[in-house]
Design a binder for this molecule. Structure first.
Ligand SMILES: *[C@@H]1O[C@H](CO)[C@@H](O)[C@H](O)[C@H]1NC(C)=O
Ligand SMILES: *[C@@H]1O[C@H](CO)[C@@H](O)[C@H](O)[C@H]1NC(C)=O
Ligand SMILES: *[C@@H]1O[C@H](CO)[C@@H](O)[C@H](O)[C@H]1NC(C)=O
Ligand SMILES: *[C@@H]1O[C@H](CO)[C@@H](O)[C@H](O)[C@H]1NC(C)=O
Ligand SMILES: *[C@@H]1O[C@H](CO)[C@@H](O)[C@H](O)[C@H]1NC(C)=O
Length: 459
């Protein structure tokens, strides 16, 4: 994807260099229309004489119109900055670091949870140093510039709000200096305001998305430059992926940050970003999950799950284990006198099967509760798995192995269990929504995933 960005920018730059060369003493951007027109004619004439394809002519003209010389230097500077960031990350990526922790100012980074801890830290710092995001101003609340900040789709609204109203460290109003362009629409709001209940007709959502892309690509030059490859959208709603079908380039080229990250349904981890789903009743983390019991306090239950019979995986789980074994507390509906979070805090393992869609808010709840998440899903691309080693703080059990679940959990040794719990504690900060935001928290991890895709680096 970003290869393509780089490629098209190289092409555009090449065209500009050619323009620069052809016009000889042309030394700057002029506001005078007549002068500009004159130069354009000269340029077109020169290109025609050189026997260029009409296509190249058109792009030369577009490049001429939208890339005045001073701005060309800006886009060169942008690419140079990205190249430096890439080189810096690559340099440290090859250094093997055997320390179990690395320090970054006040942060202790526990190495075990990252694929490549030094490369992650370097790319994170490069992001802090350089990343600029342009947020489109087009569109109106409630569907654009706003989103749900409580309940199941919290991640969607909180990110949009942070980009719109939070600290503006990464946001730029100078669109030409941006590395990525954010389209701040909310699919959850589209479902609320545009969808006709019980019709299962998603065309109104797709039409909205299509119209939005049309609007920004007509008003601004940025979309057409890369066909949306340096643009991103974000949605936690199950229908985020379906809504993105409204524009083929958005679907196939843009960075889609989605909770519903099902790799069998078009989610492409090379360019798309898996967004954690967080269920914040009333907008707050349940107080019980804020300070879980000390790790030395024994947990009486081996495993816990309670939830409806949704989707393809849960029927298998409930069929094999509901009410079958005193060590596995598996419920469809938790009896009224029992507390869901008390159960999580008293269990060693928290089962996180997919429901109607692959993501489950249970994963983040389990991280908060320091209950080892057991991920039961097919085709789910786990959040931040581009940098995090999920095996350092969770278990993944193949859906076909659910019948052996107890055996698998019993086989985890005490040492292994303590190691996983330590991993969980180190990971927690990446899944927390802070207000105001803090370094390494979920907001920054989402931006970092977008940044990595713009850099076109795998670490
Ligand atoms: C790190 O550990 C590996 C394997 O255990 C070893 O080969 C390597 O030399 C160590 N590197 C450093 C910098 O200590
Ligand atoms: C981008 O391309 C579309 C479709 O080709 C076109 O309608 C639109 O005017 C272009 N935008 C700009 C800013 O040139
Ligand atoms: C994405 O690209 C594929 C292959 O070119 C195409 O078949 C598909 O229709 C595109 N997706 C959308 C939503 O347009
Ligand atoms: C993921 O996508 C596949 C293919 O469409 C589908 O069969 C499966 O049910 C999806 N998973 C979930 C949990 O929705
Ligand atoms: C899960 O099991 C199926 C069938 O045994 C196998 O094809 C698949 O590769 C397994 N998936 C993983 C992630 O191990």
């Amino acid at each position: 994807m970003a290869m393509r960005i780089t490629f098209s920018i190289v092409v555009v730059s090449a065209v500009i260099v050619t323009v620069f060369f052809i016009s000889g003493h042309f030394s700057g951007w002029s506001n005078s229309d007549t002068e500009a027109d004159f130069k354009k004619v000269k340029l077109v004439g020169a290109a025609r004489r050189s026997g260029d394809e009409p296509r190249a002519l058109i792009s030369a003209e577009i490049a001429y119109r939208f890339k005045p010389i001073s701005k060309k230097r800006e886009s060169d500077k942008l690419e140079e900055g990205l190249a430096r960031a890439r080189a810096a990350v690559r340099r440290v990526a090859s250094i093997r670091n055997n320390n179990s922790v690395i320090m970054d100012s006040n942060h202790i980074i526990s190495s075990s949870i990252y694929r490549n801890p030094t490369a992650f830290l370097q790319s994170y710092k490069e992001m802090e140093r350089r990343l600029k995001v342009y947020v489109y101003e087009e569109g109106e609340v409630p569907i654009v510039h706003d989103g749900p900040c409580k309940d199941i789709y919290t991640s969607e609204g909180r990110f949009i709000h942070e980009m719109e109203h939070g600290s503006h460290r990464f946001r730029t109003s100078r669109s030409e200096e941006a590395h990525v362009y954010f389209m701040p629409f909310s699919v959850t709001r589209m479902v609320k305001y545009l969808y006709k209940p019980n019709t299962y007709d998603l065309t109104p959502l797709q039409e909205f998305v299509s119209g939005y892309v049309k609007l920004i690509s007509t008003k601004h030059p940025f979309w057409n430059r890369t066909q949306g490859a340096d643009h991103f959208m974000l949605s936690c709603h199950d229908w985020g992926p379906r809504a993105s079908e409204g524009n083929a380039h958005l679907y196939n080229k843009s960075i889609r940050v989605l909770c519903n990250a099902n790799s069998s349904e078009g989610f492409n981890p090379q360019k798309d970003v898996s967004l954690p789903e967080i269920h914040l009743y009333g907008g707050y983390v349940n107080p019980k999950l804020i300070s879980p019991p000390r790790p030395t306090i024994p947990r009486p239950y081996l495993a816990f799950f309670a939830g409806g019979l949704h989707g393809p995986v849960r029927p298998i789980l409930l069929h094999h284990w509901k009410g079958r074994d005193p060590d596995l507390h598996i419920y469809e509906y938790l009896p009224k006198n029992l507390d869901y979070y008390d159960y999580m805090l008293k269990s060693k393992f928290c089962l996180c099967p997919s429901g109607y869609e692959v993501a489950s808010p249970r994963i983040v709840e389990a991280i908060y509760a320091e209950c080892i998440p057991v991920i039961l899903s097919d085709h789910y691309v786990l959040p931040f798995s581009d940098v995090l080693r999920w095996e350092a703080f969770s278990l993944q059990v193949n859906v076909t192995e659910i019948v052996r679940l107890k055996e698998i959990l019993m086989a985890v040794t005490e040492d292994e269990f303590l190691r996983l719990k330590e991993g969980l504690r180190a990971t927690r900060k990446h899944f927390v929504l802070n207000q105001p935001v803090e370094r390494f928290d979920m907001f920054h991890m989402i931006l970092h995933s977008v940044w990595l895709r713009r850099l076109n680096l795998r670490i």
